[in-house]
Design a binder for this molecule. Sequence first.
Ligand code: NAP
Length: 311
Amino acid sequence: MLTVLFAAPAGLLPDYETPLADALAEFGLSATIADESTPAAQIDYVIYAPTGPVQDFTPYRNARAVLSLWAGVERIVGNPTLIQPLCRMVDPGLTEGMVEWVTGHVLRTHLGIDRHILNQDGVWRHYAIPPLARERRVTVLGLGALGAACGAALAALNFQVTGWSRSPKSLPGITCLSGNEGFSAALAQAEILVTLLPNTPDTENILDSAALAQMPQGAVILNPGRGSLIDDTALLAALDRGHIAQATLDVFRTEPLPPEHPYWAHPKVTVTPHIAADTRPGSAARVIAENIRRDQAGEPLLYLVDRQKGY
Ligand code: NAP
C-alpha cells in the first residue's frame, strides 16, 4: 500500500479526492491519500502545489518523487531541501484550457472585436475589413506542452505561425526558430505575440525595451506565461508611444496584481487574473497516477524537471 501526500491547499482536496482514488485504481495502484498529519517518513509520493503546506521536504526522506500540480515550477525548482525527482504538470485539460484562452484572445485581436464591444454608441461604423488569418503573423515564444498546442491550433485556423524555443524543433504548420539567432526573427514576425515561456533566470525580462523594439509597429502581446517575462516599465512605455498597440496579460510579477498597478487603468491593457488555464482534477489525477505507476514499474518518470535549466 502506497501513501501519497496531498500537499496542495486543503480546500482543493474535495475536488481531487475522488479523481485521484479513481485514477490510482485505474492504474492498478493500491494507495491512500494522506495529509500532513501522517508521519512524513511514511510518505511515498508528494503531490505538490506552491500554495500548499509543504515547503521543507527534508522530513519526506522516503518519498520517491514530488509531483507538481502546476505546470510552472519556478517556486520549487531551486528549493535546496528537495532531493527527489520533480515532475511538472502536463495535463491535457490544462492544455485545452490554454489553447482556448490563447485562440480566443488571438481571434479577438485579429478581428478587432474590442472596437465593437467597447464603442456601441448608436453609430453604424464600418471599419476596415480585417485580414484573413492566413495573412496574419503570430509568434509563440515557447514550444513546450502549451506553446506547441497553441501553435498547432492557430496554424489549423490558417494563421502564419512562428514558434521559438531553446532547442531546435520541427512542428507541422509552424516555422520553428530557436536560440539567440532565432529570437530577433521570431519577434520581427510577431504581429501578435504569445508568450508561453517558463520563469527562469534566462527568461527574466526577455521582453525588454530592445526586444519590444524588434516587434512590428502596432503589434499586440498576449502573456499567459509568467509576469517575469516582461519588463513592465518597457511595456508601458511601448504602449504609451503606440509601438505596441495592446497587451492582454494574465500573469504578473505580483499576484494578485495590486489595485494601484498602472496596468489596471491603462486603456491598452486587458488584465485577466491568472485564469488562462487551470489544472483540471480529472485529467491531472490520471497524469499523477500514471507517473506513480511508471515509477513503481521501474519506468522513467514523465515530465521530469531539469533542475539546471529551471523548467
Ligand atoms: P514546457 O513544456 O516546459 O515548455 C517550455 C518551452 O519554453 C519549451 O519549448 C522551451 O524550449 C522554451 N524555453 C524555456 N527556456 C527558454 C529559453 N531560455 N529560450 C528559449 N526557449 C526557452 O512548459 P509548458 O507546459 O508549455 O508551460 C509554459 C509556461 O506556461 C509554464 O512554465 C507556466 O509558467 C505557464 N503557465 C501559465 C498558466 C496560466 O494559467 N497562465 C497555466 C499553465 C502554465 P525547449 O523546448 O527547447 O526546452
